[in-house]
Design a binder for this molecule. Sequence first.
Ligand code: KG4
Ligand code: ZN
Length: 391
Amino acid sequence: MRILSIESSCDESALAITEQDTSLGHFAPITVLANNVLSQIDIHREYGGVFPAVAKREHAKAFTPLLIKTLADAGMHLSAQTPIDPAVDGELAILLEREPELLEHMRAIMPTIERPQIDAIALTVGPGLEPALWVGINFAKALALLWNIPILPVNHMEGHLLAAIVSGHSEAHGKHVLTLDPVTYPALGLLVSGGHTELILVETPGSYKLLGETRDDAVGEAFDKVARLLGLPYPGGPEISKLAELGKPGEYHFPRPMLSSKDYDFSFAGLKTAVRYLIDDLPELTDEIKKDVARDFEDSCVEVLTKKTLNAVKEFGAQTVVIGGGVSANRKLRNTLASGLESIGVPLLLPDRGLSTDNALMIALAAHLHPREHMPLERIRARGHWRIHES
Ligand code: KG4
Ligand code: ZN
């Protein structure tokens, strides 16, 4: 099974081509023929955050050149001289009515490339920014029409969750091969990104139960907002984390929100406000203070996430913990969770740092590991608020 995966839920345009011998089961090694991510972070940094209209415009610019590069990386870029069938061209024009730039690029480029040997397209349809999601969706539909291949809709958070089960990388016949960890279930998933903070019970890939989630801001959002208060650039997570490593512990005593609540919910808005009040009252925000503030803020987030995760492991008898989403790149969180879980003998699976933030390989993993039905093109639409436990 050879899959082209497409990701455009936020500020990364990403494509990957992967192959798996499905006769060996869903946990068979996956060969990565190509994996490309084009980040818009530099553009959004100027605005201090992600604007959906800007993200949409940048995705529309990115996808055709990215497709050419991805096919070339996979050794599948073969030149052709095949004009688009007039009936298909008519459908394409309707489909890409709101993406004139993409339509123009595709009309220019698609007749020059041969249909690649790809069996299906795995596509992020949510959750995420709907204008951004729609560009990936319309691009996928256009390819599905031109190449006559099916689309497998994927939940972006499922991709983040399953990215952690890659256990090794090797090279075989000059190709990059991923080996997968045969996870023992039930597993507990901690999803931490710019839009989500969730604890999920994973019965098997594809069977998820939501144990708890944030009641207000996501933890990544809190990192980004506190970074802004400290005058740091977007995205704030990595910046705070770097500063926190230089800060002293316990200089400030920010709240540990919902640390002792009996449920698995989170709340980060109050923590961010506590940082704001402190900064508002300071005569001067020095570099030393910034480091110490970053340290206690990060310590608070990590303490709450770790304690709730450990509690859930015990209550639900989880055999493995997997962590996913951009904030899983946070070193403090990775180390603290790893040592907490080690003390109770439960393995922690972490995504490689390159697989923590948005990419298309994680979308491929979700499609390979959790087989799903093809969906007719007219039923595929953006699901900005699609939750992982909902079908
Ligand atoms: O999963 P992701 O790439 O995009 C979403 O789906 O949201 O996550 C992005 C989030 C941002 O809020 C960013 O600040 C945060 O992940 N992040 C981090 C770190 N690296 C990225 N937060 C804390 N520490 C990090 N090292
Ligand atoms: Zn994400």
